[in-house]
Design a protein around this ligand. Structure first.
Ligand SMILES: [Zn+2]
Length: 365
């Protein structure tokens, strides 16, 4: 049995994985944006018994708020016991050191680091001996085995990507005038602003696929996104790529290192919520996949961007299936019979606002 749930994580990611039987094992990948813990993740966790709330792995792909926020809330929720056998998260200590003095560190990452240390969690242990979850400069990609035959092949981040994050992590802390040493004090004074500003979405036009395919492409250059832990999950012959917010060039390089012309997948959670700078034509051309997942409700950044969706429709195989975890202005743009017929693609939406998406393989329970 293999079940993947793409929870409604607002403009972020929150992915719930179950596999095996007797016992069923679980992994959680990211915790979504503000509000997601309360509305989606906590209710989901409350369906489990205390014993079932011991997960094989918790992955915080990177420090951005739309991924880390729900995990911070989960870690601070005393009313709900939750354990993970290991946490994969690249904190400041895992970022390669540039020359010069050690300075400050990123605010949300610092907060999560504080929680991990305080609670004595196992951190980057399974497969990485406490070091960074990162792919080496050369040689085989790290392949980590879990109980019940599930394997994870790490596809990102690279060492330079982590080094890039270090500078921005420091800047993020300087911006709110904190140092790791005064973390407690800063929290008490509410200087950890945990609520992001929200902007109203702009007007959205009907898609012109030919025009969208002609748009210039420029790759995302956010250091936080580039630092994303991205990985391929294999369970039996079922293969899923969870791309975090990775840069597509990192993923393409990793696919080449795996020696696969095209990465054969059953499911692909596209990088960075389907942003125009993260879903390149080149990446889609390197995948052999029918099912593409877009995780976003369109808030903040209006993801998925129409250019990204057009690239999946054009290069995503004979008849790509587009799976959206929200019925938003941005996703409903593609719910168009004429367009679907002309360009041969399918669209799938959740049954209701809080339903998310569910993929199930095998029912040997
Ligand atoms: Zn994100």
């Amino acid at each position: 049995m293999f079940r993947l749930e793409v929870l409604p994580a607002r403009y972020g990611d929150c992915i719930w994985l179950e596999y095996g039987s007797n016992p069923v094992r679980r992994m959680l990948i990211d915790g979504g944006a503000p509000g997601v813990y309360k509305r989606a993740l906590k209710p989901r966790l409350q369906q489990l018994t205390d014993a079932e709330r011991e997960f094989e792995l918790l992955v915080v792909t990177h420090v951005d708020y739309d991924h880390i926020r729900g995990i911070i809330e989960l870690a601070q929720d005393d009313t709900l016991p939750f354990k993970a056998r290991d946490i994969w998260f690249n904190g400041y200590r895992h970022l390669p050191e540039p020359p010069g003095p050690k300075v400050l560190a990123g605010k949300h990452g610092e907060l999560l680091t504080d929680i991990i240390l305080k609670n004595g969690h196992s951190w980057n242990s399974h497969g990485f001996n406490g070091d960074a979850v990162v792919i080496p400069e050369s040689g085989a990609l790290p392949r980590i085995e879990f109980d019940d035959g599930l394997t994870i092949t790490l596809m990102g981040p690279t060492i330079p990507m982590l080094a890039d994050l270090r500078k921005d992590w420091e800047k993020s802390c300087r911006d709110i005038n904190i140092t790791p040493q005064e973390l407690e004090e800063a929290r008490a004074e509410g200087r950890f602003a945990l609520l992001g500003d929200e902007e109203p979405p702009p007007e959205i036009k009907r898609p012109d696929i030919e025009q969208l395919l002609r748009e210039d492409y420029s790759e995302d250059h956010s250091s936080a996104n580039g630092s994303s832990i991205a990985f391929l999950i294999q369970y039996g012959d079922y293969r899923v790529l969870l791309a975090g917010d990775s840069h597509p060039s990192t993923l393409v390089e990793s696919i080449k290192r795996l020696g696969e012309q095209k990465l054969k997948l059953d499911l692909c959670k596209l990088p960075h919520h389907g942003s125009r700078g993260s879903v390149s034509s080149e990446l889609i051309q390197h995948l052999d996949c029918e099912n593409y997942i877009f995780s976003s409700n369109g808030d903040q950044f209006q993801h998925p961007h129409p250019e990204a969706v057009a690239r999946v429709i054009e290069y995503g195989g004979d008849k790509p299936k587009l799976w959206f975890n929200y019925s938003s202005d941005e996703s409903l743009l593609w719910d168009d019979e004429k367009l679907r017929k002309a360009y041969a693609f399918e669209t799938h939406y959740p049954k209701h606002e809080q339903a998310g998406l569910l993929f199930v393989k095998g029912t040997d329970e």
